[in-house]
Write a protein that binds this ligand. Sequence first.
Ligand code: TYD
Length: 232
Amino acid sequence: MHLVPAREQRVDDVRADEARASGHDRPHGPYGTAVVFVTFEGLDGSGKTTQAELLVESLRAEGRDVVATREPGGTRLGEQVRGILLDGFEMSAWAEAALFAAARAELVHRVITPALDEGKDVVCDRYIDSSLAYQGIARDLGVDLVLELNLHATRGLLPDQTFLVLVDPDVALGRSAPFDRIEREGAEFHRAVDKAYRALADMFPDRITAVDGAQPARAIAEEVRGRLRDLS
Ligand code: TYD
């Protein structure tokens, strides 16, 4: 494990399976535990947003300072890009990947990095793994290339821990309305994204924890909080 702060790493130094290597030299929260950068991933309708909200609630209840954000969006530019990506017209797969990466670059620069530098925890609803699953695998652009693009965009900033909320893709599809441009891709695409996420969890076992989204929301939240405690 190298101890170069994540933001000073070169893309070639970064391994996407590695919890953010700069953990030892990061600021500390009110309870003496290192600040955390946590992301939630899953299909539309998986319940990941609820889990992100419950984690924020639980960290705040412990007195921690938490910044909650989401992708695509979270900044003025990001919200505009979100509109183009989700409400707009058809576009090529690389244009889509590049727009998601642009929104992410802005979010890292303006929101996530400043918050971590101030000693705040950051909980983000979707991040790099969404691009790896949707654009890298389901759209077939290639995980390595999409990862490389995103490591440039984020200056190599990876989450300490990513929770992947797994549900039956057909159940998730039934829950996610109204449809945005990507959700309108239909059942086959959803199943491809589900498989993609499961493949990512196998590729990056240290960073990604899969949780069973069929459990009651509070039970999943307990599991998430427990896993973070184990890691700290
Ligand atoms: P999101 O707002 O999270 O939708 P929901 O709240 O319904 O889960 O994400 C919008 C869509 O964008 C979603 O279908 C996933 C897709 N997406 C990508 O394809 N790549 C990305 O990098 C991101 C962040 C999202």
